[in-house]
Design a protein around this ligand. Structure first.
Ligand SMILES: NC(=O)CC(=O)C(=O)O
Length: 302
């Protein structure tokens, strides 16, 4: 992670709400690549995007992520971008080459990453610059272990190893913080990212339908307003045949809490034009970023 905060400039974001994620990884990767190329062309939008985002587990049917066959080795040393276009990981290679071919930044959703813990991969999000270098990796920190009567019961920690670092990356248009799905329910992560200068925070995500109906929008609006940042979550399309059908409704919210764009349930690409003037006016109008009382709540872990 670099320490010099990026200048915040207008840019365009594309979220691929990916469908057709099935049991054949090669087909999943081919389809994801086609959709990245479509998104990067700016089809149906006034401007080509600078950054394309995929959803959580874009190459893997969730629930099967524990299968060792689905996990890949991801080579990465924080702070040391490298050319990933010849990676031995088929997913990394596809993403790096798509970034280079389209000349766009890519947040590659997430994939199961071999962790050294038998059958318990990380749930890892990787990021690529427009020359095909991997510049960041975020491993999902908080695992979805829930038991909601009449809703959903799921124990992600049975088959996933949690990460242990927070992560952001710098582009020539913004500093961007990363989380994966359930990480959004922990406000500290987005708060720390904002305090480290991120103007935008993005979470590839796969919410359950039940929890999505309850909390998908409010969580994003809360993280955006608390921190006065742009906030977005990119979901797979709804697939009612899947073990854990995704909610869909990929969304981008501005620093005032206004939804800029939202998908429906099916596969689609959505675009958002990110305007730094909105960020500046939100922060100068309601200046919570300079009114905090860290003299009172010095240690949030107390
Ligand atoms: N699937 C998740 O990790 C999170 C989720 O569905 C929720 O928080 O709700």
């Amino acid at each position: 992670m670099s320490t010099a905060r990026s200048e915040f400039k207008p840019f365009t974001l594309a979220f691929v709400q990916l469908g057709r994620i099935g049991m054949n990884k090669e087909e999943n990767l081919n389809h994801a690549r086609e959709m990245i190329l479509r998104a990067a062309s700016g089809e149906g939008h006034s401007k080509k995007p600078d950054l394309v985002v995929l959803p959580e587990y874009f190459n893997t049917p969730l629930g099967e992520a524990a299968l060792p066959d689905w996990a890949e080795d991801i080579e990465f040393e924080p702070g040391r971008p490298y050319d990933a276009t010849s990676s031995n990981s088929p997913s990394v290679k596809m993403l790096a080459n798509a970034a280079k071919e389209t000349g766009t930044w890519i947040i590659g959703g997430s994939i199961p990453e071999r962790s050294g813990q038998e059958d318990k991969p990380f749930n890892a999000c990787t990021v690529y610059n427009p020359t095909g270098e991997m510049v960041a990796r975020h491993r999902k920190l908080h695992l979805f272990d829930v038991d909601i009567p009449g809703g959903v019961t799921y124990k992600e920690s049975d088959h996933v190893t949690p990460g242990s670092t927070m992560n952001y990356f710098d582009t020539d248009f913004a500093r961007i913080g990363l989380g994966v799905c359930y990480d959004v329910r922990f406000p500290e992560l987005a708060m720390v990212a904002a305090r480290r200068g991120c103007q935008v925070v993005i979470y590839p995500a796969l919410f359950s339908v039940a929890t999505g109906q309850m909390h998908w929008e409010i969580l994003q609006k809360s993280r955006a307003v608390d921190n006065q940042v742009f906030m977005g979550m990119c979901s797979p399309a709804r697939n009612n045949e899947a073990k854990l059908p995704a909610y869909g409704y990929s969304t981008v919210v501005d620093p005032t809490g206004k939804i800029l764009v939202q998908a429906g349930e099916d596969e689609e690409v959505i675009y958002a034009d990110i305007d730094p003037a909105v960020f500046e006016s939100a922060r100068s109008g309601i200046p919570v970023t300079t009114q905090r009382r860290f003299d009172v709540y010095k240690n949030v872990a107390d």
